[in-house]
Design a protein around this ligand. Structure first.
Ligand code: UDP
Length: 481
């Protein structure tokens, strides 16, 4: 590899939600900004990641780092956040060796939020360092703000359950707050706060949103009288980065079925890579879909009681037949109108299909962006992590979703409410505005990414310029010595 173009090393922590936007960022750096990119992936061995790791793109190289063994380092009840934080910490020695083994030394290291401890490696190896928040600006705001508040303010939010006021941003209701902040004796809390402290130590913070989607939060993050004081470094909105539709040859059963349905007549139901429902909720959801009399595609996983993120690390574990956990006769009664897909479906292709008119989603940020970029309105069904904040953003700020009156993560949402929400999003008169707004937002995202002056394109260009300058500086130094 000639040392003429900037070379960026990207680090993705486990989980499709991190891997997908990191890969898309890598592809954009190569395609639009002339970079060489090496992506280091700490991937669990779930089959869904394999196709991503086989990406064919000139000047983009994907290297799998060995999976680290952490059970001895955490207790069996550790949360996803703790597991990811410990995994990424243990990966640092192999990341360092892998960077040193590259033929051309990278100019910059870009990590997702679980990789901020790798900044030490970037500093040692004289690289620029960036963090890519693969979620939205509001989540970025709370993540970097909480470590700076005093205990009194924190107590008001966590103990007295008052909304957390964040300068210049929408306040975060206690019911929406990050689970990580709820138990201050848990390692999750310590790891999250550490991440919030480390993010502003980067040379810049990238975030998977765009100017027109979150203008006031982005404004506050840049305003030194508000959150800019905390962010300290430039914040670059570079989204919406989401996986594009795959080649048309990958037609399969679900897409063929969708081809036969009317435009915007099908609701797609899925809870991301990790989401699982309780048995009771599964029953209510099945009944709600059936009673709504709408067509549906539902990605089903065996129910797990008391673990809403049950398949985050073990997506493979689901050989049970759907009829064993869905209501008796459901599959036969709905066979004309619905399709049940076990475990995993080609989500992007489904959401881009003209027959799909709604998405019942757990509101993971990738799923959210995939829905928005296809103009599909949503039923927001948050389960864990920052998903409740995302749901509030979608319903109250952006107006592209409805959500149950009581949170699906607190109690079982009953079939009648599900039936009503599905009808509202798909066909009722009072869902018209939501459907219209969802379509408008699609174009706003496309505009931001346009290489003809789109705001997100320009943001990434600034990072590219900084990397080019750094490369020139490095070369001049090498020639001078
Ligand atoms: N996904 C998919 N098929 C599925 C479930 C999920 O392709 O059956 C993809 C989805 O398109 C999204 C990612 O997995 O890109 C999930 O990321 P998200 O941030 O929505 O949620 P997470 O899995 O991180 O909770």
């Amino acid at each position: 590899m000639q040392n003429t173009k900037p070379h960026a090393a990207l680090l993705a922590s486990p989980g499709m939600g991190h891997l997908i936007p990191i890969v898309e960022l890598g592809k954009r750096l190569v395609t639009y900004h002339g970079f060489h990119v090496t992506i280091f992936v700490v991937a669990t061995d779930v089959s869904a990641t394999q196709s991503l790791l086989r990406q064919q793109c000139p000047n983009l190289n994907i290297i799998k780092l060995p999976l680290v063994d952490i059970p001895g380092l955490i207790d069996s009840t550790a949360t996803i956040v703790t597991k990811l934080a410990v995994m990424m910490r243990e990966t640092l020695p192999s990341l360092r060796s892998a960077i040193l083994a590259l033929k051309s030394p990278p100019t910059a290291l870009i990590v997702d939020v679980f990789g901020t401890e790798a900044f030490a490696v970037a500093e040692e190896l004289n690289m620029l360092k960036y963090v890519f928040d693969t979620s939205n600006a509001w989540f970025l705001a709370i993540t970097i703000y909480v470590p700076t508040i005093d205990k009194n303010v924190e107590d008001k939010h966590i103990i007295q359950k008052q909304p957390l006021r964040i300068p210049g941003c929408k306040s975060v209701r206690f019911d929406d707050t990050l689970e990580a902040y709820l138990d201050r004796n848990d390692q999750t809390y310590i790891e999250y706060k550490r991440i919030g402290i480390e993010m502003p130590m980067a040379d810049g913070i990238l975030v998977n949103t765009w100017e027109d989607l979150e203008p006031s939060t982005l404004g506050a993050l840049r305003d030194s009288q508000m959150l800019g004081r905390v962010a300290k470094v430039p914040v670059y909105p570079i989204g919406p980065l989401s996986r594009p539709v795959g080649p048309s040859v990958t037609r399969n059963q679900v897409l063929n079925w969708l081809d036969m349905q009317r435009n915007e007549s099908v609701i797609y139901v899925s809870f991301g890579s990790g989401g699982t429902l309780s048995s009771d909720q599964m029953t209510e959801l099945a009944w709600g879909l059936e009673l709504s009399k709408q067509r549906f595609v539902w990605v089903v996983r065996p129910p797990i009681d008391n673990d809403a993120s049950g398949t985050f690390f073990n997506l493979e574990d689901g050989s049970q037949e759907a009829q064993s956990f869905l209501p008796k006769g459901f599959l036969a009664r709905t066979s004309e109108v619905g399709l049940v897909i076990p475990m995993w479906a080609p989500q992007v292709e489904i959401l881009a299909h003209p027959s799909v008119g709604g998405f019942l989603s757990h509101c993971g940020w990738n799923s959210t962006l995939e829905s928005i970029t296809n103009g599909v309105p949503m039923i927001a069904w948050p389960l864990y992590a920052e998903q409740k904040m995302n749901a509030t953003l979608l319903t109250e700020e952006l107006g592209v979703a409805v959500q149950p009156k009581t949170s699906a993560s607190e109690c079982v949402v009953a079939r009648a409410e599900i039936e009503m929400m599905v009808r509202r999003i798909m066909e009722d008169e009072d869902g018209f505005e939501i459907r219209k707004t969802a379509k408008e937002l699609k174009y706003s995202g496309e505009k931001a990414l346009s290489s003809k002056g789109g705001s997100s394109y320009n943001s990434l260009s600034q990072i590219a310029n900084d990397c080019e300058l750094s490369l020139l500086f490095r070369k001049a130094k090498a020639q001078g010595s």
